[in-house]
Design a protein around this ligand. Structure first.
Ligand code: NAD
Ligand code: UDP
Ligand code: UDP
Length: 309
């Protein structure tokens, strides 16, 4: 099995989980936003191999399953080199689909709720086509992921490649990198240091946060589903919160005296986001199980352990 982006946040948890199932895993990552430490505990395992490689370049391996997760996920990282982000999404998808076509491997694409843009339907079902700005600062990511979905469905229709497309909603947990600018990592690290918590806009925008272990189960169930089950399929936790509520919850759980500071909202920041997961529930019998308080406690514990090591 090949996992691209396997040294990143979601990828490294997926690697851990499939290694427990006795799989042989090749992890391909260019370490742009991931780190060797995320898979460091596996480097001596004979069933695990790490290859530093950028998927925008061809890759010839023999594999039976591919999870394509390579792509920086936080706005800070994907906007630092937007042309490379589009290349990763488009050239990277072409290369991984070419590899799947040649080896007859199943291939799962980590797409995103960002394909819905600033949604005009709420909650978002898979049949909604989205509201995306094609030339904005987020376009390299959301239009890139949309083009990748197009490629996946055309490789399926044209070459009968076994595809699986999942649209992942905001996911959090241990190993989110401290400096990637995402809301959960920013809020927890600032709360622990007693620094101001910075809320972009008025904090009334919403997100729905899924704990990493739940998401990994969803990815694996999708990969192992019937061939006809191509998706696109939403994976996320429908429990929706405002960013202000998230800040207050994190202040409470960390017993922090940090203050809230309000900064301007970045452009094209979606106002609301919540998955409709009826399809995942029906087709995969998948439901998230970890409540946000529990998931945040585990994540806070992780950042605390980094501070103490
Ligand atoms: P991450 O940034 O922690 O991981 C991405 C990994 O991909 C990193 O290890 C990075 O070094 C690697 N990578 C980037 N470009 C590459 C390239 N060209 N070649 C090889 N490796 C490359 O992010 P994550 O949160 O773990 O996200 C993983 C996947 O899930 C991404 O595709 C992302 O778009 C998707 N996703 C994540 C979320 C979320 O909330 N975390 C939500 C929706 C979709
Ligand atoms: N490719 C790859 N590994 C493989 C097979 C293909 O990286 O094992 C890449 C190759 O660079 C190619 C791309 O995937 O350009 C698309 O492959 P496909 O067979 O669809 O296209 P073609 O080779 O006909 O251009
Ligand atoms: N956000 C915030 N403060 C931060 C980081 C993010 O208020 O320090 C906001 C951001 O503007 C967005 C939400 O939190 O409305 C989620 O941001 P994130 O980058 O984590 O995810 P995405 O916008 O990609 O869903």
């Amino acid at each position: 099995m090949l996992i691209t982006g396997g040294a990143g946040f979601i990828g490294s948890h997926l690697v851990d989980s499939v290694m427990q199932d006795e799989a042989e895993v090749i992890c391909v990552d260019n370490l742009y936003s991931g780190s060797r430490e995320n898979v460091g505990h596996l480097l001596d395992n004979p069933r695990f191999e790490f290859i530093r490689h950028d998927i925008t370049f061809p890759l010839y391996l023999e594999v039976d399953e591919i999870y394509n997760l390579a792509c920086p996920a936080s706005p800070k990282h994907y906007q630092a080199d937007p042309v490379q982000t589009t290349k990763t999404n488009v050239h990277g998808a072409i290369n991984m689909l070419g590899l799947a076509k040649r080896t007859k491997a199943r291939i799962l694409q980590a797409s995103t709720s960002e394909v819905y843009g600033d949604p005009k339907e709420h909650p978002q079902t898979e049949s909604y086509w989205g509201n995306v700005n094609p030339i904005g600062l987020r376009a390299c990511y959301d239009e890139g992921k949309r083009a990748a979905e197009t490629l996946f469905f055309d490789y399926w229709r044209q070459y009968n490649v076994g595809i699986k497309v999942v649209r992942i909603f905001n996911t959090y947990g241990p190993r989110m990198s401290i400096n990637d600018g995402r809301v959960v990592s920013n809020f927890i690290t600032n709360a622990l240091k007693g620094l101001d918590i910075e809320i972009y806009g008025d904090g009334q925008q919403t997100r729905s946060f899924c704990y990493i272990d739940d998401l990994v189960q969803g990815l694996k169930s999708m990969m192992n589903s019937e061939k006809e089950m191509t998706g696109p399929l939403n994976l996320g936790n429908p429990s929706e919160r405002t960013i202000l509520e998230l800040a207050e919850l994190i202040l409470k759980l960390t017993a922090s005296k940090s203050r809230l500071r309000f900064l301007p909202l970045p452009s094209d920041d979606p106002r609301i986001r919540k998955p409709d997961i009826t399809m995942a529930q029906k087709e995969l019998k998948w439901l998230p199980t970890v409540e946000i308080e529990e998931g945040l406690e585990r994540t806070i514990h992780y950042y605390n352990s980094l501070n103490n090591s």
